[in-house]
Design a protein around this ligand. Structure first.
Ligand code: ADP
Ligand code: ASP
Ligand code: MG
Length: 457
């Protein structure tokens, strides 16, 4: 039995957290492979520092070094610390050199390289903490393991096939030998051997990629909440934990804003039928949420609701566009040139509307402006919108459920700007202004989570 265990930033964010993580790993059954995020706060610190290089160099090095050496110092005794410092100094020297390298700073993947540094050090401490506790462990970077990535800076995707064949050579021998590899999350290596990150929160995806590559039996995502909840507990303090979900539900919710899993975590494990558990490293007694292929149907109207903010609707009007699919194709081609994510599309007789991130609007408009002006009557943009993703067994199958949901939305005094129902077989998605979105989630949650649909309808 092989379990891939992923520890997020807060789960390795302090000496106490690292110690808890080490105990969870040692207590786990069978062979274990660990993927870890940077210590909490470190990636944000690096993102910010990278903005003001070279001036920020000394500050970055000083604070970064102190945080990691202090944490290690509290976990390791004199001899263990000396061993740790040997590896630490090599990694720190490489990092210091990178921050001084003017040619590297011009590379489009420079920010990927800087922001992924935290993972190289959290994994080193965790591996040494395990050794100090008597386990055999090795800290491996994504370079060491051959986690292969492709795509644009800051938004890479894994090359699953190549990763699988390289990891079989570089990582499997350790596992077979009873050594616990502690692997850097968040980034892979592109075709030129340069670090390429998987987007913020990407260590969940890294862990799913490792689980896929190593044909694991289970992926455990250890985080700071009891499991996948009925809503973001920061918005809904009385959100409840969901015991069991299927891959489709979790994938939709993660994609549309449930931050507990990186949007792309599900696919690599779903492909190989590897179950995923979301568990709390601060409360390891709690069994968490299991996400797998099966699910017993429940009669709740709403099981979980997610919110994706900072979106814009770009509406393109053109006479009878519905009768000109080639026109729609040209518009989509233009938008695709920017490699942006389109969260929803809706059409009417003379309008086609796209839901995209606020940050992508400018570049999309500049592409759309290259279309023949004869073809386009008008382009409108509504910014600061939010997409609400509601998942529940009976949402799409029971008559009258949408009416109930939209009545609740009306109570939150929100205008629905776009709806997507039926595109997914598990979720009902709609767009409201960001200013009303939290109220919409609160009302939906208080009315329908845990409510049996049969009693209601
Ligand atoms: P990690 O550092 O372990 O990756 P994250 O902060 O990325 O942790 O994700 C965990 C956080 O996700 C939780 O603390 C919670 O605030 C947030 N979250 C958002 N939606 C959900 C949800 N549906 N269920 C659980 N947590 C959620
Ligand atoms: N450290 C990275 C981030 O903060 C990746 C992760 O934590 O998943 O985005
Ligand atoms: Mg995360």
């Amino acid at each position: 039995m092989i379990t891939v265990m992923k520890f997020g930033g807060t789960s390795v964010g302090s000496p106490e957290a690292l110690q808890r993580a080490a105990k969870i790993i040692m207590d786990g059954a069978g062979s274990k492979i660990v993927v870890a995020s940077a210590m909490s706060g470190i990636t944000n610190f690096l993102v910010k520092g990278a903005e003001s290089l070279p001036d920020s160099r000394n500050n970055i090095i000083g604070e970064f070094e102190k945080k990691h050496v202090d944490a290690a110092g509290q976990l390791l005794n004199g001899e263990q610390m000396a061993e740790f410092m040997k590896e630490f100094n090599i990694r720190m020297k490489n990092f210091g050199d990178l921050l001084e390298d003017e040619a590297a700073a011009k590379d489009p993947y420079f920010k990927d390289n800087i922001t992924s540094q935290g993972e190289r050090f959290s994994t080193l401490i965790l591996s040494h903490a395990l050794r100090a506790a008597g386990a055999r462990s090795v800290a491996l970077t994504s370079e060491d393991c051959g986690i292969c990535a492709e795509g644009s800076p800051l938004s890479g995707s894994a090359d699953l096939q190549r990763t699988e064949s390289i990891m079989a050579m570089k990582v499997k021998p350790y596992v077979d030998d009873g050594v616990i590899p502690i692997i850097t999350g968040f980034y892979g290596i592109n075709g030129d051997g340069r670090p390429l990150t998987f987007g913020r929160g990407g260590s969940d995806y890294s862990a799913a990629v490792v689980a896929n590559a190593m044909n694991a039996d289970l992926l455990e995502i250890w985080t700071d909440v009891d499991g996948f909840m009925s809503a973001d507990p920061r918005i809904i303090p009385d959100a409840v934990k969901i015991d069991e979900m299927n891959f489709g539900e979790a994938a939709e919710l993660a994609y549309f804003g449930a931050k507990v899993l990186h949007p792309r975590t599900i696919e690599p494990v779903r492909m190989k039928h590897i179950p995923l558990k979301v568990r709390n490293s601060f409360n390891p007694e709690e069994p968490g949420t299991i996400i797998h292929h099966l699910r017993k149907p429940k009669d709740d109207l709403l099981r979980s609701v997610a919110l994706k903010t900072d979106l814009s609707i770009i509406s393109i009007s053109s006479a009878e566009i519905a009768f000109h699919p080639e026109m729609v194709a040209r518009i989509i081609e233009k938008i695709a040139e920017n490699e942006v994510v389109i969260y929803s599309i809706s059409t009417s007789l003379s309008t086609v509307a796209f839901l995209v991130h606020n940050n992508d609007v400018k570049s999309i408009l500049s592409k759309l402006n290259t279309l023949d002006p004869e073809d386009i009557e008008r382009i409108d943009v509504k910014s600061d919108m939010a997409l609400v993703c509601a998942v529940g067994d009976n949402l799409l199958s029971k008559c009258g459920v949408s009416a109930e949901i939209f009545t609740a939305v009306k109570e939150a005094r929100a205008n629905v700007a776009m709806i997507s129902e039926g595109a997914s077989d598990v979720s009902l998605n709609f767009v409201v202004p960001m200013s009303r979105a939290t109220d919409v989630v609160k009302i939906l949650h208080s009315k329908y989570v845990g409510s049996g649909s049969d009693e209601r309808l």
